[in-house]
Design a protein around this ligand. Sequence first.
Ligand SMILES: [Zn+2]
Length: 272
Amino acid sequence: MTDADKIKLTILPTGTMHADLVWLLIDPARMASRDNRERLRDWVELPTHVVYIEHPSGKKLLWDAGVPRDWDTRWAAPGFNEVFPVDTVTEDMWLDSRLKQLDLEPGDIDYLMLSHLHLDHAANAQLWANTGTTIVVDEEEKKGAFSFDGYNLGAHIKSDYDGLELTTINEDTEILPGITLLRTPGHTWGTLSMKVDLADSGTMIFASDSLYRRESYGPPATAAGIVYDTVSWFASVEKIRSVAEQTGATVVFGHDDEQIKNLKTGVGNYYT
Ligand SMILES: [Zn+2]
């Protein structure tokens, strides 16, 4: 097998948010207690990333769409600019910069796969308006994301995705040979994970917010603050665990500041 026959996968950090860890992890050991009512909160780094994939068929795919340059204004109405500030990001990390580094226009991407439509994953999806790119989301995510009136419902900001043609899936779906979207709902109505089978690096599962961080994975899994449906969130974690065990996969968490340091990232540092 030559390199031309292999899937090439690049993890691209797109900027780091900070937030109180309680949004992501309900951990009794970190809570205020009788003896420590004034316990300081954990203000943690939450890196974000997208994944760019070149498939041997010639197709190009992108997993997620990163955080927006104008987060401070776009997130102001619901107050998310204060609780999830994107305050650690360099010019080269914004998604439009990443596309330039790859020498790509948005329309060069054949499939934009969105794990879910939260403001830190779908924010730049409007770059793909009328480009001919197939934008894939879970059917339940699309339903939920249009189920409300007004600017936002929690971390769903309708203008991030309103007006886009969204192609939906309602079962685990192999998009191209070796690239499968797994339904892992719970964090939102229809959060997806992406499984990629690589020739040299083995299987990688990109869990997005179905698994924010290693602390969430366990075992046992630890529940998160922002979860739409806790029962299905736990079931989805165990689904990921079972696929990972069957395939020996590396599970890549959605916002893990330790793990991302130990992964190959950036243009040119790809996995095959
Ligand atoms: Zn999310």
